[in-house]
Design a protein around this ligand. Sequence first.
Ligand SMILES: Cc1cc2nc3c(=O)[nH]c(=O)nc-3n(C[C@H](O)[C@H](O)[C@H](O)COP(=O)(O)OP(=O)(O)OC[C@H]3O[C@@H](n4cnc5c(N)ncnc54)[C@H](O)[C@@H]3O)c2cc1C
Length: 401
Amino acid sequence: MAANDVILVGGGLSNALNAWRLKQQRPDVRVLVLEAGDRLGGNHTWSFHSSDVSPEALAWLRPLICRSWSEQEVRFPGHSRILATGYHSITSDRLHDVIAPALGDSVRYNARAISVAAGGVVLDNQERITGRCVFDGRGFPRDAKVALGFQKFLGLEVRTKAPHGLDRPIIMDARVEQFDGYRFVYCLPFSPTEMLIEDTYYSDKRDLDLPLLRRRVADYATANGYEILHVAREESGVLPIVLAGDNTAFWPVGQDVAASGLRAGLFHPTTSYSLPDAVRLADIVSRLPHFETATVAANLGGMARDHWDSRGFFRFLNRMFFVGALQGERRDIMERFYLLPQQLIERFYAGRLTNGDKAHIMWIMLKKPPLSILRAANASGPMAAWSFADRNRTHGQVPRA
Ligand SMILES: Cc1cc2nc3c(=O)[nH]c(=O)nc-3n(C[C@H](O)[C@H](O)[C@H](O)COP(=O)(O)OP(=O)(O)OC[C@H]3O[C@@H](n4cnc5c(N)ncnc54)[C@H](O)[C@@H]3O)c2cc1C
């Protein structure tokens, strides 16, 4: 008989939430998290909008949230705007500090799985661990057959010499010189003298020149009058932006292991942000009536494929953005997007667009130059989708396991 009811392979965002929620809601369920690293959650700052999650979920997430703001701002060459949408940040450190003690000996660190199957896991020291229900949450699958663009960034968490004067996040400051696709800077003011500044690109290329981006962050700070006293932390990422693929790309029909997080394709196609989906999955997992891999994999796999299908419009927009628009046009598209009503923008990030919202977005994208209708149309058909897949066929996708 298996010693564990649930084995969660990978102690990143999604599985940490799954484990924590199970501990809270189902203390009778024997959970084991196997994490290759020595902490839960890696090195990230995960942010989300208030409207991305339900009020109930926001309540249970509270202990993980380091900082919340009641509004956010965007800045473009032609207009700036303050949106009265709340914004919240969770850091890896906070996630580890809250969840690791709650899990106690239900988590094992430096436990790298080399084989993950329905009945259990083999670690790289050949140890076999059995469980009734196995979830694979090892991050974005390198072999997913999808065509990709990238959202890539380098962030420096800095302490400034004097108060920086920013009291709300700047989600996009696109009033910066444009390189490598669409470039913007993202700022999270954690305290009057602490701020995360991220230099970000929606790019066709996955390479990240870290020294160059560090200089660009420093230049941005100088240009805005933020004198950096020291850099407390650095984070970087190359997130996959899915342009095309089908609903079996992440979770094929018949896959006998359950999946979670990016591994399950549970992320917003246009931002690659996965926190809202991970929160929803954690609630679903904590309510599962039985923990048997075959049943759970069949049920959740169907849900993941439906989820993929429901988000085709976002992948279409990604194709318009990455293929239909010329490099220099991407910033104009984003600027026009941020003229849309606030509630529509909230539904966009929450992945809950109505048909009316979709029509509104298309109208604002296509109603005038610079986005060429012809190029957009060329970028939208299935033929084009598959040629993107061909173009990306040799991608190792993202540099994360
Ligand atoms: C720097 C950065 C910032 C981001 N910011 C945001 C944000 O603000 N908001 C948002 O919603 N999303 C954000 N994302 C995107 C996405 O939400 C994160 O990548 C998120 O961590 C994905 O969660 P996950 O659980 O699927 O994978 P991960 O959190 O990457 O977890 C995978 C875990 O599996 C472990 N692992 C890998 N291989 C093995 C193995 N063989 N055996 C055992 N363990 C293994 C890894 O060590 C890791 O801990 C960000 C991503 C990055 C990289």
